[in-house]
Ligand binder design. Structure first.
Ligand code: P71
Length: 473
């Protein structure tokens, strides 16, 4: 794969050792943005119950709710859509996708799914039995819920520093091996079907896992016969951090690093809506044929036939092409470069954000933004509301509302991290948009003393943050 990265694949700035992260593409089609008045935004936010998930996107100016399914596809991907083979069974696009996953992620067997949580559902139902325990490097909302619905209890085994937004550890997503050992000691390997490893770690601020940590974790788990399962949703971004920060990887391509990382794991689930540059799609891949057989049995129950798994042929084609594009060094440098551009502006202006800057988003530290607000007044949700009111920018709460309630006690889970996420879609917004965002965050920061917080007025049973409604104090 080394032949895929002659220096011409670096951005012009990087060839000369300059700071530019300029995009390796130009714009061929545009979508107009709508600008609203403050009055319109006040009405829209009230109608949405102060929850940015409930806003209509027509009322949003710059949409940083998520990087999930919001990326721009390339001309090659759109051309691929026209090559969709919409056969019920054995679509040629399935075989293209299967080959792309084998080539770039290295797993032996895969099933497509409609998106990441479809894959999480299948793997959880297949490997977990009631009473089991799962360790993971910080929870993710849908991942943990599927593990719990299958009967497991989730345990956070990430390094303690991951919960500190100011700690500068270069691999804050790493697993604390002592926590895994303690888990095995306490419950026994037979009750731990796998360890759930996300690279990068979304809820920690897009923080990476080092290759060395994955390798040591794998060796530890092998000694106990426990599987290591990867959440590969943002693995390509993780690979850039390894290339930049970990000794021995500076001259390896992103594709080589991803393949090596996956080789340390027994399988992976994927929300292809992130790294893989498609608007919908996911997949689940494993090396063990007997696990695959069970997955293939289940996929036809919940997703669709094992050669389409809830996707149209054209979606699988765009995904196969997207996988290849996502692995190109120049793509991922510019993608993460844009996130850093925004983060560096905010850092210069002394605005509290999670450091180091992660791969897919800037996370505003709502605790330090609003020290006057108790966590039960939803500081991160409050900040998301203020940002929208200021400029029509949509962000996402990643704090106490997202963390839900403790299944046993019924009390709020109170995460240490109370964050508002500015998530950057891939290949969508420009550097000028990032300037608008930074200026709006600064305006909210300057007005921080006036914030009073929110009360939750309606709370759904599952994944409450999606549909909860709030009222201002
Ligand atoms: C994100 C999302 C989408 C999302 C999901 C739940 C609440 C709010 C937003 C989805 C992920 C993810 C990781 C690491 C699995 C999924 C589920 N992230 N793992 O960050 O980040 O994938 O959405 O395709 O079902 O906005 P799915």
């Amino acid at each position: 794969m080394t032949q895929e990265r002659p220096s011409s694949l670096h951005t012009m700035g990087q060839q000369h050792g300059r700071r530019s992260w300029a995009e390796p593409w130009k714009i061929k089609m545009v979508e107009p943005l709508k600008v609203t008045t403050r009055e319109q935004r006040v009405t829209a936010l009230e109608e949405a119950g102060y929850n940015t998930f409930l806003l209509r996107s027509d009322d949003v100016y710059i949409d940083l709710l998520t990087d999930s399914g919001t990326s721009a596809m390339s001309d090659r991907q759109w051309a691929g859509m026209m090559l969709g083979d919409e056969a019920y069974a054995g679509s040629r696009n399935f075989y293209h996708l299967d080959a792309a996953i084998k080539r770039f992620y290295g797993y032996a067997y895969m099933v497509p799914t409609h998106q990441g949580r479809g894959a999480e559902h299948l793997i959880s139902q297949t490997l977990i039995k009631a009473g089991d325990h799962i360790g993971g490097n910080m929870y993710f909302t849908t991942t943990r819920l599927h593990q719990e619905l299958a009967g497991a209890t989730f345990h956070d085994v990430i390094l303690d520093v991951a919960h500190d937004p100011q700690d500068l550890h270069p691999f804050k997503g790493n697993v604390d091996l002592a926590k895994v050992e303690a888990l095995i000691e306490r419950y026994g390997a037979a009750q731990i079907p796998y360890i759930s490893l996300a690279a990068t770690v979304n809820m920690a601020g897009g923080q990476p896992v080092s290759m060395a940590n994955a390798r040591e974790l794998k060796a530890l788990l092998d000694r106990h016969g426990i599987r290591l399962m990867l959440d590969a949703t943002r693995l390509v971004e993780n690979a850039l951090f390894i290339q930049e920060r970990e000794e021995g990887y500076a001259d390896k391509s992103i594709a080589e690093i991803c393949l090596e990382f996956c080789s340390l794991t027994d399988g992976a689930w994927m929300s292809a809506k992130k790294d893989n540059l498609v608007n919908i799609g996911g997949w689940l891949a494993v090396n063990d044929y007997s696990v695959f057989e069970e997955l293939r049995n289940l996929v036809v129950v919940y997703e669709g036939l094992h050669t389409y798994g809830g996707l149209a042929g054209r979606d699988m084609e765009a995904l196969a092409i997207g996988i290849e594009e996502s692995m190109q060094d120049e793509h991922i440098r510019s993608r993460v470069g844009q996130v850093r551009y925004l983060g560096e502006l905010l850092t210069e202006w002394d605005i509290p954000i999670v450091q180091p800057i992660g791969g897919h988003a800037i996370f505003l530290d709502a605790r330090r933004f609003y020290p006057q607000l108790a966590q039960d007044l939803f500081p991160a949700q409050t900040l998301a509301a203020e940002l929208y009111l200021d400029s029509g920018i949509r962000s996402m709460e990643r704090g106490i509302a997202s963390a839900g309630r403790n299944a046993e006690t019924g009390d709020h889970n109170r995460p240490k991290l109370e964050l508002t996420r500015l998530t950057i879609p891939r290949r969508v917004y420009t550097q000028a948009h990032m300037d608008v965002v930074a200026e709006s965050v600064k305006a909210c920061f300057d007005a921080r003393d006036a914030a009073r917080g929110l009360d939750m007025a309606y709370e759904p049973k599952y994944l409450r943050f999606f549909q909860a409604r709030f009222t201002p104090r």
